[in-house]
Write a new protein. Structure first.
Lengths: 198, 671
């Protein structure tokens, strides 16, 4: 009697979606509003430069295009990791997780370089409204990518010692959902922040 | 305790956790800490993941902050009782009204609703726990940490003083130089995590863990309203998170967001705050709507009138609640189109609210009304909330609202909807569910005093504020003068005094409630199993419920399942007649009891993780290295948490259950 009522390690549930997956989707829904608020703030303030350089003067579109491409490719390798995990291929899973993390780290490295370059060109966090809102928006995104990288590397470490609690394939898929979300947000940020002129 | 062994009927299985059981040692270390195993004493509360214990902890914390917030309100009224009040100086007065509202909204009504939701939502849907028990515990500790951080400012140079909506740039360092606003912003940020995690947890619980047969439209109405509220929280909290981050960055790291000299738009904060703030209003009041929608049918001896209408009007309020935020900003010069749109939307939202009021009234219509204290508070809510709702409609008319903005008329309005709405609902819930939570009934005689003093006090306090406001007394002014108080019936002095006397009566009413708690706790009289002849699943278990809630998970066939197990329709007379007592229904459940029930295990990590947050907050305000230490504590806790399975392996707790029995885990996943 009871076995119909309870979700045993997330296999049976009223919706057919496991608890963790449903929880992750809800969390990502909430994150949409977080980035929505930050993007709105940036869109309001991007043209307000009372001091320091304007967006056109600092943006290096070719450079950011390349780092965006790197980040988008990491979504592909993440899919390969999820697929390997579904096939219970531990080696493949770990390999693709590490590659994903490296691509993500490349993107974050690019962002650090970009921030440094902008700062040297005179755009500080406190220079203008544009500066404050630009660094806050892209910084929040960068932190999200960094958290993703930490999760990926932690998962590899835990996986090697076979200590992943619950279903391994599902854990990889969860981190995958988060990773894809962060990538999609970057597509929006890249378009709105870099490509559309003020 | 992780595993509850109970003898299956007809066998002689020895309960594995009999007092003679050997001491338990968890098999494996996670991080530096082994699993907590205490089942009694303070440790069992500190490390619990049981939704009922957490519900009580939420409730106790909220009640504590209710007293704090209430005392702040009394000080405000004492200051305003006479012209040129000397009780508080201007600065302290600013802090007092800011912290009164902050405390009541974020630290009393929200956590109290979270407490009721935590305790009763799993019971109402026939679940044994929530979807993510450890996240649930984490949410409570975040709330407590956030409440402490917000109030810590009192001891570090003064509390926040910008009003509960903390309009920037007024809340910037120029106008609010103390650290109060910093504590406020970071504390609410931490409390916001509690709301967000709570929302995810409860939505997943409702969607995934209902008892077999309980379709969405057979869910108790309280569960429905809580679900709507969690969706509002899920999408509203991140918006205030952004606003609070911007404010903190401005104050602590010199960002420009609200620096008008640099070209900042002062409306940015207002929009962000009210996009959160208006759904927040429904976050505060919908749980109480849910509570009285449970109470009214029980004490009218009738099913809820138009259940689907109550459900869908609640959902409609949730949706439309997103499109009315700018009615808080009519005076800020938004332009005629925006004002017209938000004005119409605000009028529209009165419709689903009116639907609810009609449904409650028709539930009582022709019923055999039983005026217990819970019922009195429920009826009180209908009347007082209607008054507040009607003055709310007058705000939706923008030209009229521009006259009312920032006057006591607004204060009168939102106290009628929040005190008369949210708080009366909460008190109704206290009296209705007390026997379920503690196995003892609150004293009805003291309850009657509690109710009448609160009704009289509340109307004396907030009623005159309509007059004061229409006469032009502004909000947030720390003094008024006799010279400008006016003459005759509209004399401000007279009505201010009445309001202050009312607040004392209100305080007495609350005092009677606190006395009632003590008297009830000392009383030896146990509550009957089903004291109110109730209708929903939470009553289909012992008082208070066992740790695993239900001996066997009930199959649900009806809305009001418990009622339909007790009563059946007589085919000839078409009246309901009793076919089983509550005791018999329970005995039936016990007969089919599950032999092995795995409950989620207690954990250290939620409290350790939450404890890192105030350290980070203090670090952001005073010294960044401290924030890094806090961050490391949190990182450490996250790893310990991630490595620890939600449900302890059987070997952690007893040897006998590891030999092949798999048992039934509660739907706890990686929580």
């Amino acid at each position: 009697m009871a076995d119909t009522a309870v979700a045993h390690e997330g296999h049976t549930s009223s919706t057919g979606i496991s608890n963790v997956k449903l929880g992750m989707w809800l969390f990502l829904g909430s994150e949409c509003l977080l980035f929505g608020g930050l993007i709105s703030t940036y869109m309001l303030y991007r043209g307000r430069v009372s001091n320091g350089p304007t967006p056109e003067q600092v943006y290096d579109i070719p450079f950011t295009s390349v780092s965006s491409f790197v980040l988008l490719m990491s979504s592909l390798t993440m899919v390969l990791a999820v697929s390997a995990a579904a096939k219970k291929d531990d080696r493949g899973t770990n390999l693709w997780l590490v590659v994903t993390a490296l691509l993500g780290a490349t993107f974050v490295g690019g962002q650090v370089y970009e921030f440094t370059a902008f700062y040297n060109e005179g755009l500080g966090f406190t220079t203008s409204l544009f500066g404050s809102s630009f660094y806050t928006l892209t910084g929040f995104h960068g932190v999200h990518v960094t958290v993703g990288i930490i999760m990926l590397m932690a998962l590899v470490a835990i996986n090697k010692r076979s200590r992943v609690p619950g279903s391994k394939a599902e854990t990889v898929e969860m981190i995958g959902l988060y990773w894809h979300f962060v990538d999609i947000v970057w597509i929006i940020i890249f378009t709105l922040v870099y490509l559309i002129p003020v | 305790m992780a595993i509850i062994e109970r003898p299956a009927p007809g066998t002689t299985l020895v309960p594995a956790l009999a007092p003679s059981a050997p001491a338990i040692t968890p098999a494996r270390t996670f991080g530096a800490l082994r699993r907590p195993v205490a089942t009694t004493g303070w440790k069992s509360w500190l490390f619990t993941v049981d939704h009922k214990k957490l519900g009580l902890m939420y409730g106790a914390t909220a009640l504590f902050f209710f007293i704090i917030g209430g005392l702040e309100a009394v000080l405000i009224r004492l200051q305003l009782a006479a012209p040129e009040g000397k009780v508080l100086n201007a600065d302290l007065y600013n802090q007092m009204f800011t912290m009164h509202a902050t405390t009541m909204v974020f630290l009393f009504v929200m956590p109290m609703a979270a407490g009721f939701a935590n305790y009763f939502l799993p019971l109402q849907i026939g679940a044994r726990d929530v979807a993510f028990p450890r996240i649930n515990a984490f949410g409570f500790w975040c709330l407590l940490a956030g409440g402490i951080v917000v109030n810590l400012a009192w001891f570090f140079g003064g509390a926040a003083d910008g009003g509960w909506f903390m309009y920037a740039p007024n809340s910037g360092p120029v106008f609010s130089p103390s650290h109060g606003v910093d504590f406020w912003a970071l504390g609410l940020q931490i409390a916001g995590i509690a709301s967000l995690t709570g929302a995810i947890n409860l939505i997943v619980t409702v969607l995934n863990m209902r008892a077999p047969g309980m379709t969405l439209m057979k869910m108790p109405i309280f569960t429905w309203m809580i679900t709507v509220v969690q969706f509002l929280l899920l999408f509203a909290v991140p918006v205030i998170t952004v606003a609070l981050f911007l404010l903190t960055f401005q104050r602590s790291f010199d960002a420009k967001f609200f620096d008008v000299a640099a070209g900042a738009d002062p409306l940015l904060w207002q929009h962000l705050f009210w996009i959160f703030g208006h759904p927040e209003v429904y976050i505060l009041v919908l749980p109480s709507f849910g509570i009285i929608s449970e109470v009214l049918p029980v004490f009218s001896r009738k099913p809820l009138f138009g259940y689907p209408f109550v459900v869908f009007s609640g959902a409609a309020i949730g949706f439309v609640g997103w499109g009315v935020w700018a009615h808080h900003m009519f005076a800020s010069g938004l332009g005629p189109v925006s004002v017209a749109v938000f004005s119409l939307a605000t009028m529209a939202i009165a419709v689903p609210t009116g639907v609810k009021i009609i449904n409650w009234t028709l539930t009582m219509w022709g019923g055999k009304l039983v005026f217990t204290t819970a019922m009195k508070f429920a009826v009180g809510l209908i009347i007082l909330f209607t008054i507040g709702g009607l003055s709310g409609v007058t705000h939706s008319v923008a030209p009229s609202d521009t006259q009312q903005t920032d006057t006591y008329y607004i204060v009168a309005h939102f106290h009628y909807v929040l005190f008369g709405g949210a708080i009366f609902g909460i008190f109704s819930g206290f009296y209705y569910w007390w026997p379920k939570m503690f196995g003892k009934m609150l004293n009805e005689r003291l309850g009657s005093w509690n109710f009448w003093l609160m009704v009289i006090g509340m109307n004396l306090t907030f009623g005159p504020m309509h007059i004061l406001g229409l006469q032009g007394q502004p909000r947030r002014m720390y003094q008024w003068t006799e010279a400008r108080a006016g003459e005759g019936f509209f004399n401000l002095g007279f009505w201010n005094l009445i309001a202050s006397i009312g607040s004392i009566i209100l305080t007495l009413g609350v005092l009677f409630f606190l006395i009632n708690i003590v008297v009830t706790a000392r009383s030896k009289v146990r509550a009957p199993l089903d004291p109110w002849n109730a209708r929903s699943l939470e009553w289909m278990t012992s008082n208070p419920p066992k740790e695993h809630n239900f001996d066997s998970i009930p199959h649900v066939n009806h809305l009001d399942e418990f009622f339909h197990r007790k009563y059946e329709e007589d085919p000839t007379t078409h009246t309901m007649r009793e076919v089983a007592t509550a005791e018999q229904v329970l005995a039936e459940l016990e007969k089919n009891a599950d032999a092995h029930i795995h409950m989620p295990s207690p954990s250290y990590w939620p409290i350790v993780l939450a404890a890192g947050m105030p350290v980070v907050a203090l670090g952001v305000i005073y010294s960044i290295p401290v924030a890094i230490v806090g961050g490391l504590i949190m990182l450490y806790a996250i790893y310990g948490w991630a490595l620890e399975p939600a449900t302890a392996p059987a070997i952690d707790h007893d040897e006998s259950s590891s030999n092949g029995h798999n048992g039934h885990a509660v739907g706890a996943s990686h929580g």
